[in-house]
Design a protein around this ligand. Structure first.
Ligand SMILES: Nc1ncnc2c1ncn2[C@@H]1O[C@H](COP(=O)(O)OP(=O)(O)OP(=O)(O)O)[C@@H](O)[C@H]1O
Ligand SMILES: [Mg+2]
Length: 333
């Protein structure tokens, strides 16, 4: 698990969590703290399972409106089930917090994984596996007529089997009362040009742009645009051309470089229309095809071995059930 910044959680607030304010849940540990609240590991005492509780301290003027939207969003999210999405279980409020209860993912975040590596980057094939799974989750979200809005390495969780689980989907952004501009500033590294310019209409193609930024980061150890302030970074998203990943590092295949550039197009009309369109293209990537062939070969080998085993088993069975002439196993009358 990624190193957490306990320092940001005041002692007083941590103590409050140990007073067990969440009915039906026993707080076991503090996993970390994001921009909007704390992330707690807890035991769901009714279902006897470990869960994550994400707290959000209520702030702002239109609190009741925000609460309504929070519960509405939570109900929507709790209906959704996908292999690559962290499941939403429950929501609630205490006098001090709103909270969202989700599946607990045993593993690490992509952010943690990258930070744990010396150069802060991973191999291309590994990145392809993650990108493919995030895109699958985004396609599912898109099919519900929704978008994620926060595709970044700390929200890309990787479980112990290497399965990606996209987190923080539907986390009521309203409750933090961040304006569109503030939200873009807070996540400037992955902000699409339309988010950076506070376009009121954004769609799934903005998530695809953020995925492009994450992929760039996975392979090069840095985001496509950096700068001395968030405002500078946002401006670059709007007006600077990103470097071609395969030109920065010649070990990266042009196929990957071009896919990243497709995602990072300034003009959303020139990005993939849907995550599915992107996934279809990803399936034609030489490394993905090679991996698929190896996988098919392995499966064929396993199937052959299994057939041989079955044949052997059949021989044994035939020996046991053989009741013909000369057999000591005669049919019962
Ligand atoms: N469902 C989960 N299972 C396991 N660990 C989680 C889960 N959700 C979050 N975490 C861990 O807690 C850390 C903090 O999460 P959190 O979402 O609060 O912060 P963030 O993603 O860095 O920022 P933001 O508040 O902007 O989303 C994550 O990076 C991850 O390591
Ligand atoms: Mg998060």
């Amino acid at each position: 698990m990624e190193e957490t910044e306990y320092s940001e959680v005041s002692v007083e607030r941590q103590e409050e969590f140990w007073e067990q304010p969440f009915q039906g849940y026993q707080v076991l540990n503090i996993l970390g703290r994001g921009k909007s609240g704390s992330v707690l590991l807890a035991r769901d005492t009714r279902f006897e399972r470990d869960v994550v509780i994400k707290t959000m301290a209520p702030v702002g003027d239109d609190l009741e409106g925000a609460v309504e939207r929070f519960f509405y969003d939570a109900r929507q999210v709790a209906r959704l089930k996908h292999e690559n999405l962290v499941r939403g279980y429950d929501v609630g409020r205490t006098p001090k917090y709103f909270y969202f209860v989700t599946e607990y993912i045993r593993g690490e975040s992509l952010q943690g994984r990258l930070e744990g590596l010396q150069q802060g980057k991973i191999r291309e094939l590994e990145s392809l596996k993650y990108v493919m799974q995030v895109a699958d989750a985004l396609q599912f979200i898109h099919e519900q007529g929704l978008m994620h809005r926060d595709v970044k390495p700390s929200n890309i969780l990787i479980d112990n089997k290497g399965v990606v689980k996209l987190a923080d989907f539907g986390m009521a952004k309203d409750l933090t009362f961040l304006s569109a501009e503030d939200a873009a500033l807070a996540n400037c590294e992955i902000a699409s040009p339309e988010v950076a310019s506070a376009d009121p209409i954004i769609d799934i193609r903005s998530d695809l742009y953020s995925l492009g930024c994450c992929w760039f980061r996975m392979l090069l150890g840095r985001y496509p645009f950096t700068g001395e302030s968030a405002a500078v970074v946002l401006r670059k998203h709007i007006s600077d051309d990103p470097e071609m990943p395969h030109e920065v590092d010649s070990r990266i295949t042009p196929a990957t470089g071009q896919l990243i550039m497709w995602l990072l197009n300034k003009d959303r009309e020139r990005r993939p229309r849907t995550p599915q369109q992107f996934v279809s293209k990803l399936m034609t990537h030489p490394l993905v095809k090679l991996e698929q062939q190896q996988h098919d070969l392995m499966e064929a080998d396993e199937a052959e071995e299994k057939n041989e085993d079955d044949d052997d088993a059949l021989d044994d069975d035939e020996f046991v059930i053989y009741t013909g002439p000369g057999s000591k196993h005669q049919p019962q009358e």
